[in-house]
Design a protein around this ligand. Structure first.
Ligand code: FUL
Length: 495
């Protein structure tokens, strides 16, 4: 397959502050301090702060009731009766999603915009008499509602006869150019690694560097995700990220062929590095020749399939399940990319809309009352006021240079709680390696919960405890911890 060494192109593609080459013979402490100094680019920071992003899988598969089209579909089948992109975007926005990504072209090659370079598109369909453009309607709605807009453009194309030849790269670049220059601002470009050709199928050598430099030129603030240098696929499609999730990982592991193969599940490739339990702990980075800021995106569908299937209307994930996914994705230093597929009418189905509304309600309720807001929070006897100001750009850092620190908390009164939220100021890097929350009860300090990484956001749930004195311990950190936010909450748990 495509063995382009992504690390060789990193130097040109990523922000210099997000990538470092480790000189040979570096000591452990030198490597760790370099790792602690790597920070996200502006585009990665913006993306990380979105927390919730939505995927919209829509296309010929919606009408054939399939997951992967073969590219032989008659464009005439694409005929949504009530398509309303504003309903898609509004519903997502009201549920708290800050960006949507549309499948402009899935593996079947059918384009949701009237591309000049193929007939396999909306222009050959009866929808809006062949004059429609779904990409435009979604982009306009996102811009109108003030949320981000992203495009998914499948590299694997089962319709285009050029696929498997050099000329396909020109075709692909032409399509990318249309998408990146005709629809205003684009915030994310998502390249899927999936390819079901199998060992005997067509082999395409992708010209990644050409794609990447085109994106940087036409949409410099867009992140390039999955088969790209800015955003990493977390390694599953379950909605659950890792307990230990480092945004700084070895750069030399990022050989493009591996990145591609690790999302080629259907093609039967062996699971590769993206699926490891641990990508960035000391044991991994001490062997690295380079390190890079490469944060995790967690994609999952609200339904069993990625595309809409009427028989799945009663299998939409419940608000409780979506909450669990939120805690295990956003709450584990990731950005959630939740897929909500429009139906054959071209509307988000009522079952999905209700689930999203329920999710939003539960989310608001969960974070309604931060017990630390009215508490006295101190370190080394000095008051800290910035941890509950809901501003991730104000932070506290311990005076001493050690990797450990203790924050003492005195609540207004005895309270029950079962959830901890922590945020590092990632503009300074990701540093915390081990932390715990303790509470004072029955004359002694007891552990409520503990964790490893924090990163942009970490949320831990634990069995309910009751106390008015707490202490938050940073037990190990790659450099002085820089804590932006902290919270202790009581989450209603269904019995
Ligand atoms: C996979 C694709 O094969 C699925 O159809 C879907 O688009 C998912 C997000 O990525 O690799």
């Amino acid at each position: 397959m495509c063995i382009t060494n992504l690390s060789s192109s990193f130097a040109q593609l990523v922000d210099p502050k997000s990538y470092v080459v480790i000189p040979p013979e570096s000591s452990e402490s030198e490597i760790i301090s370099r790792a602690a100094g790597i920070v996200p680019s502006e585009r990665q920071l913006r993306w990380q702060r979105l927390e919730l992003t939505a995927f919209l899988h829509f296309g010929v598969n919606t009408f054939t009731n399939r997951e992967w089209g073969d590219g032989k579909e008659d464009p005439a089948i694409f005929n949504p009766s009530e398509l309303d992109a504003r309903q898609w975007v509004r519903t997502c926005k009201e549920a708290g999603f800050k960006q949507v990504i549309l499948t402009a072209k899935h593996h079947d090659g059918f384009c949701l915009w009237p591309s000049k370079y193929t007939e396999h598109s909306v222009k050959s369909s009866p929808w809006r008499a062949g004059k429609g453009d779904v990409v435009k309607e979604v982009a306009d709605a996102c811009h109108e509602y003030g949320i981000g807009f992203g495009v998914y453009l499948s590299p694997w194309d089962r319709n285009n006869e050029l696929f498997g030849t050099d000329a396909y790269n020109d075709y692909f670049v032409n399509q990318l150019t249309e998408l990146l220059s005709g629809y205003g601002r684009v915030d994310e470009v998502w390249f899927d690694g999936a390819n079901g050709e199998g060992p005997e199928g067509k082999k395409q050598v992708y010209d990644f560097n050409r794609w990447y430099s085109l994106i940087r030129k036409l949409q410099p603030s867009a992140v390039i995700a999955v088969m790209g240098p800015d955003v990493r696929w977390v390694g599953t499609e379950s909605g659950y990220g890792r307990e230990t999730e480092w945004s700084v990982v070895p750069g030399d592991e990022l050989v493009q062929g591996k990145v591609a193969a690790s999302s080629q599940k259907e093609a039967g490739f062996a699971p590769m590095n993206m699926m490891d339990d641990d990508l960035g702990s000391r044991s991994k980075i001490l062997k690295a020749k380079s390190l890079v800021w490469y944060p995790a995106e967690i994609d999952v569908s609200i339904r069993p399939g990625w595309f809409y299937h009427p028989e799945e209307n009663d299998k939409v994930k419940s608000p409780d399940k979506l909450m669990d996914i939120y805690f295990s994705s956003v709450g584990r230093n990731g950005v959630l990319l939740l897929n909500i597929p429009p139906d054959k009418r071209g509307l988000l189905h009522d079952s999905d809309v209700k689930a999203l509304q329920g999710f939003r309600k539960s989310l608001d309720k969960a974070f309604e009352r931060n017990l630390l807001t009215k508490a006295v929070v101190k370190a080394s006897g000095k008051k800290i006021n910035v941890l509950t100001d809901k501003n991730d750009a104000t932070s506290w850092t311990p005076k001493a240079s050690a990797g450990t620190a203790v924050i003492d908390i005195k609540l207004e009164e005895m309270e029950e709680f079962n959830m901890l939220l922590l945020q590092e100021d990632i503009r300074k890097g990701q540093r915390v390696e081990q932390f715990s929350l303790e509470y004072f009860a029955d004359g002694e300090w007891k552990k409520a919960t503990s964790g490893t990484t924090v990163g942009y956001k970490r949320i831990l749930r634990f069995p309910i405890v009751r106390a008015d004195r707490l202490r938050l311990k940073i037990e190990a950190s790659r450099a002085k911890a820089v804590i932006a936010e902290a919270g202790v909450f009581k989450l209603k748990v269904k019995s």
